[in-house]
Ligand binder design. Structure first.
Ligand code: 1HN
Length: 344
């Protein structure tokens, strides 16, 4: 071996010029015994940020912005447009009379309606009117536009798999030639066909994403209320349901899983951890969630995030409480990677 340095440091510098690096210097930070994440527990109180969201409406129109959103950035990863390592979240504002023009992209999106009513989202030719607590999906490569025909501002939480598509270098986007896509099906069409425990007689598709694109809050809430009467509470979750693709029973989308849970009055949950970092958005009631060594006290519309494998426990305060959440569990389960652990 001529010309190759004998000291480790000089060797590393030398091989770097040939795009090589010593694994043994980084092995233990690459392969960790348990997840080590830059994602930190974080909390956004809606009352603290609502004015910022409304202010954005004075500074730019929905049309100029294409999507007028304030990104919710994880403080452990500032400037990276991510709320967890794999997911993006933001608060989107649409004012009366505005349109967010039609486009499609390979990123999948969910909307969770936080405030207001009277706006619609159109997905592949059908419009759905949005109500607080509705869970709406725009799966990968579906045309979608939003508009507000009501008389009040409307705010929703967007969740997208942007960091995953970034990682995979698989981003594509196209604009529809007009602001709005043509409406080809009446409102409620997909819910009538696929969202009633029924399927059209000759339907034998098993798609990657759910043919239902609005899961109305009224129905979800009723399901939880009924489960609450049975009272077989899960020690960690209370009563927790996941949004499914009725064709398969799988999560509604390939990359993102979503859930709604009821914490009964006086609930004090046991500690739980899972490998899917999770974004929570409170819907009803008040509660307290401990994530690692931090405790967040929340009420309706507040958002908070728990990193992968962080110990989490929920409490309800002064009555029952309802929590929406989403994570990359759908993706992790498909890859056989998802893990959970109950108890501390
Ligand atoms: C997007 O298309 C929407 O359709 C929201 O409402 C947020 C963030 C990044 C890229 C595309 C929407 C988005 C987005």
């Amino acid at each position: 071996m001529t010309g190759i340095p004998n000291s480790r440091e000089a060797f590393y510098a030398d091989i770097k010029t040939r795009n090589l690096a010593p694994l043994w210097e980084s092995l233990h930070s690459l392969i960790t015994p348990t997840p080590k994440s830059r994602c930190e527990p974080a909390f956004w109180r809606y009352d603290d940020i609502r004015d910022d969201v409304l202010k954005s409406g004075e500074l730019i129109t929905a049309k100029e912005a294409e999507r007028r959103v304030l990104i919710m950035e994880n403080p452990g990863m500032p400037g990276e447009a991510r709320i967890t390592t794999s997911l993006y979240a933001g608060l989107q504002l649409i004012l009366p009379g505005e349109v967010a023009p039609a486009h499609r992209h390979t990123q999948s999106a969910l909307r969770f309606v936080v405030e207001g009513q009277g706006a619609y989202t159109a997905v592949n030719g059908e419009r759905t009117t949005m109500h607080e607590g509705d869970f709406i999906i725009t799966p990968s490569w579906t045309w979608h536009d939003h508009g507000n025909d009501g008389d009040a501002p409307m705010v929703w939480l967007d969740g997208l798999d942007i960091p995953v598509l970034q990682f995979l270098d698989a981003s594509f986007v196209e604009q529809w030639p007009d602001d709005s896509q043509p409406v080809t099906r009446p409102e409620g069409d997909s819910l009538a066909r696929y969202g009633q425990g029924l399927l059209p007689v000759d339907h034998d598709q098993r798609g990657h994403t759910s043919p239902v694109f609005n899961y109305p809050f009224a129905r979800t809430r009723e399901a939880l209320a009924t489960l609450g009467r049975i009272q077989d509470w899960d020690a960690c979750h209370g009563a927790k349901l996941r949004y499914v693709n009725p064709e398969t029973g799988d999560h509604a989308m390939n990359t993102i899983a979503a859930f709604m849970q009821l914490l009964p009055k006086g609930f004090s949950g046991e500690t739980y951890r899972a490998t899917d970092a999770t974004v929570f958005c409170a819907v009803e009631g008040a509660g307290e969630t401990k994530i690692g060594d931090q405790t967040f006290k929340w009420g309706p519309r507040d958002t908070f995030v728990a990193p992968s494998w962080a110990p989490i426990s929920h409490k309800s305060l002064d009555g029952e409480a309802v929590l929406f959440s989403f994570s990359d569990r759908s993706m992790q389960q498909k890859l056989g990677l998802w893990r959970e652990k109950r108890g501390s």
